[in-house]
Design a binder for this molecule. Structure first.
Ligand code: DON
Length: 313
């Protein structure tokens, strides 16, 4: 690890990354499992930092909203833990899966209990919990307002075209959901859980809003942005641990090795990383590596962690 900089000049670090990242853009493959995502410019890049002391810095297309996809699973988990409490762990584990994000292979052997809340099966259990506590129609509204509150902005929306595409090409998620229902792990109406999940994947926001929204995870659960308690410090420690171990699917080890921070990726090309007691950094670049994580985004975070000396290890 580099010695941490006493007072990193965050803006300078982000500007330099934005300048150097060019050769890595266009190298990955944009998610094309739904047409709405395949249309995104593969050369796009944005990065933003939010500090618990109120510092903000950004570079690139930092105000452009993008599809946060699986990054929504972090916020959904925090909300579900608030609503249901620790009993949620009875039906979703906290072990790395070592499998792709939409894999079904472990589910039969493990009697329908997904390895962790960040693979699709586990995220569907989390969504099931939110639907169970909020009612069939209100789950997605509750999650959206939770994220808006964390980011202190109403300017965060669901893209209906992406949500429709998720539903149109969502047979794998349907399979996972009905399979878990057969084990009694999902409890609510499956089409409602799926509809909520498809909409949650289609939430769009900019890297600046995303960095701000995740700040409570760097600040023991009380967001300095809104000066409000979001969740308790114990939960923050646990959610960060799961991000570190499971946030990048079967490349979580590689991300921890290279970046050394808890992070969560999405197939839209976004990554949110947490620097405990310092701040958050969000990056967006739509070209993906083979595991479905942003290729240039991971390189950018590797440089960020190295240049600012904030690798946790
Ligand atoms: O569940 C799905 O198929 C998509 N909405 C993918 C979510 C996602 O981002 C997975 N990650 N990298």
């Amino acid at each position: 690890m580099n010695a941490p900089l006493a007072h990193p000049n965050w803006q300078e670090i982000l500007d330099a990354i934005c300048e150097d990242i060019g050769p890595f853009l266009n190298r990955g493959k944009v998610a094309d499992y739904i047409p709405a995502l395949a249309e995104v410019d593969p050369g796009a890049f944005a990065i933003a930092f939010a500090g618990i002391d109120g510092t903000e810095a950004s570079a690139g297309l930092s105000d452009t909203p993008f599809s946060i996809q699986s990054i929504s699973k972090v916020f959904a988990l925090c909300l579900a833990l608030e609503l249901e409490g620790e009993s949620l762990w009875g039906r979703v584990g906290r072990e790395p899966s070592g499998t792709a994000f939409n894999s079904i292979v472990q589910l039969e052997q493990e009697r329908g209990k997904p390895r962790n809340p960040f693979i699709n099966a586990g995220a569907l259990v989390v969504t099931d919990s939110i639907v169970g506590h909020c009612g069939e129609r209100s789950g997605i509204a509750r999650l959206l307002s939770f994220i808006r509150r964390c980011a202190r902005t109403p300017e965060i929306h669901i893209n209906p075209v992406v949500a429709d595409s998720e539903a149109a090409f969502g047979d794998r998620n349907r399979s996972l959901a009905y399979f878990m229902k057969s084990f009694g792990v999902l409890r609510q109406d499956v089409p409602t859980v799926l509809d909520t999940y498809f909409n949650q994947c289609a939430i769009e926001m900019s890297v600046s809003d995303l960095a701000r929204a995740g700040l409570f995870l760097a600040a023991n659960g009380t967001s300095p942005v809104i000066n409000e308690w979001i969740t308790n410090p114990d939960r923050v420690e646990r959610v960060n641990a799961i991000m570190m171990l499971c946030g990048h699917y079967d490349m979580s080890g590689d991300f921890a090795f290279r970046v050394g921070l808890p992070g969560k990726s999405g197939v839209g090309g976004g990554i949110l990383a947490i620097i405990p007691n310092v701040g958050t950094v969000a990056v967006w670049s739509p070209g993906l590596n083979t595991a479905g994580n942003s290729l240039a985004g991971t390189v950018a975070l590797e440089w960020f962690s190295h240049r600012a000396g904030i690798n946790l290890f």
